[in-house]
Design a binder for this molecule. Structure first.
Ligand SMILES: Nc1ncnc2c1ncn2[C@@H]1O[C@H](COP(=O)(O)OP(=O)(O)OP(=O)(O)O)[C@@H](O)[C@H]1O
Length: 257
């Protein structure tokens, strides 16, 4: 049974991402069941929910990897994302970071960011193209943002798991996306790395809209942002972490796992 929407839909023009009544079925199973989610420009939103709630499918719909059977998906008020392919959507400024880091291990931290700047160019060409001073400044600024300036000449393969995640966030930042979708950034991190990642996302959020999917409640608490709880492909609750954690429906869903 579809859960009725918690709030009336806002005006599309007031949103950066507008998902209204989005349904995705796999052989009759609804991974998203009339999902409605509205993100305002400049906000950071945490998305939580038990396994199979539809978090990954939601990100697949936004990035064009999966087409919904029904519902509206708009970016910036009037760009219909259901009509665009993944490359077009990425070029619009919707960047995604998957859970597993995919940095170039045999290249330096600096060269990984250089490769990210070059975008679609072939890897070999990209390593030998000459940087302008603005491009070098930009790489250095991102290196400082992700706390890897001191490590810039180290091979990416020698970084800790947490540092690799930060490098990959840095690679995403080189493309200067308007919105970043970040999948479980704190997974597998030490407590110190988790705390540093929360600070990093807050810093990134100063200039970019961020949607972060995460299971680690300590991390979500450190972010201190509005939380949306997904369950069976719909929004179950929304609000501060304290508010949703006190919600009886949310408690039942998590205890019933
Ligand atoms: N390609 C697919 N074919 C069939 N079923 C799918 C497919 N992709 C996802 N599903 C199902 O849809 C539901 C939602 O999956 P999804 O991966 O979006 O959940 P999730 O909230 O990201 O879960 P997790 O926290 O485990 O990553 C699950 O029951 C999953 O098995």
């Amino acid at each position: 049974m579809a859960i009725p929407p918690l709030h009336a839909a806002p005006e599309r023009g007031d949103t950066l991402l507008y998902l209204n009544g989005v349904t995705v079925s796999f052989d009759g199973f609804k991974a998203l069941n009339s999902l409605s989610l509205f993100i305002t420009a400049g906000e950071m939103r945490a998305i939580i929910g038990p396994n199979g709630a539809g978090k990954t499918t939601m990100m697949d719909v936004i990035t064009g990897k999966t087409r919904p059977q029904s519902g509206d998906v708009y970016f910036n008020g009037d760009i219909d994302l259901t009509q665009l392919d993944e490359a077009r959507i990425a070029n619009l400024g919707i960047g995604r970071k998957f859970q597993k880091p995919t940095v170039f291990e045999s290249q330096s931290v600096f060269d990984n960011l250089k490769l990210a700047l070059a975008g679609q160019r072939r890897v070999f060409e990209s390593l030998f193209f000459r940087l302008s001073s603005e491009q070098r400044d930009r790489i250095e600024s991102v290196l400082r943002t992700v706390s890897l300036f001191e490590k810039r000449w180290a091979l990416a393969g020698s970084l800790s798991h947490g540092q690799k995640q930060w490098l990959e966030l840095g690679m995403l930042l080189m493309q200067d996306p308007e919105v970043l979708l970040v999948d479980e950034p704190a997974a597998g991190m030490t407590d110190a790395e988790t705390a540093a990642t929360a600070e990093l996302l807050k810093e990134i959020n100063r200039k970019h809209t961020v949607i972060v999917v995460e299971h680690d409640m300590v991390f979500v608490r450190a972010l201190g942002v509005h939380v949306t709880v997904l369950h069976e492909g719909s929004v179950l609750a929304e609000g501060s972490l304290d508010k949703v954690q006190a919600n009886q429906k949310v408690i039942e869903v998590y205890l019933g796992r």
